[in-house]
Design a protein. Sequence first.
Length: 367
Amino acid sequence: MKSMVLTDGPLGPEQHSLLEYPITPPQADGSVVEIADGLLWLRMPMPMALDHINVYLLQDDDGWYILDTGLNTETTRQLWLTVIEKHCKSKAIKGVICTHFHYDHSGLATWLTQTFNVPLYMTYGEFYMIKTISSGLASLGNDHQLDFYHRSGLPRKDVDAMLNSCRKDPFIKLCPPSFTRLREGDVLTIGKRRWQIVIGEGHSPEHACLYCAEDKLLLAGDQLLPHISSNILVTEMEPQGQPLKYWLSSLEKLQTLDPNTLVLPAHGPVFREMHLRAKQLIQHHLEQLDILRAFALQVTEFNAYQAMKHLFKRSLSPIESMMALGETLAHLNWLESNGDLFCQRTNDTGINSYLSTDKIKEDRITL
Ligand SMILES: [Zn+2]
């Protein structure tokens, strides 16, 4: 449940080079970089392809707020204790803000809020996702989930490998008992800065970004990343969901912020040229949609697994397959709702199959 490191092509190095990276990133070893007065950038390590998450410390008059937590691992816990002792200079931790529920962003929400006895700030949708997944590990591999993957055409051995990988992942096992709700347009005044909450959708249900218009700073979480494309995922929880539609409109919304904003993302370096980056990400998904439209014209019918294999050519680990399949379904759902594809959900195999509506109109396929 993290960001996608699968894509290249339209999001390759030549696209990254068009952005501006004014600050050298810290190592994921407790080192800290001061981005602006009272705004510290540090990195927590992650034992996976995406090897770090950026987290931030925001200084208030009498203490500090933590933005995003890192994974629920012993290494991250120790790093937090070291960093807080060294850099917060005996000022209290006042609160923990999580941009969204993914385990690299909120995995230590319970530990941090309990250790420092402080509130957790999240949106309603994200808090309830933590509540759901923290109680959902035991039901991993339930009948509904197995049916979802079967309908996608995923071979059973791949499903089992995926579920086994999930069981080993640093899942969130505990949910904090309460939270303070963040809403679109809310303002958090921390020190001399006023941070406005800007909600994004698509990568997660109600992702919070924090925007300081006066200083042109955006704490972007996973809503705008410089080097990779955030995972846009359809899961068994909402098989007919339209995350791509809302992801694209969220990227449009970010282009209404000041174009000279310095973006502080959750992964990769701090960067400028956020409008260009939003456009690149939109373009990437439009190209993925075009690839699937062309695929639908080449073949008579296909399932989601076959579409995934067409979009993601390289071999994928079980967790990467889960993300790639969810991402493929997000694009297929968009094409279906847009009238480009027809999805047959009732047939003998129990596997959903997709057909090009253009072909159907031309009477080249009989249903
Ligand atoms: Zn995320």
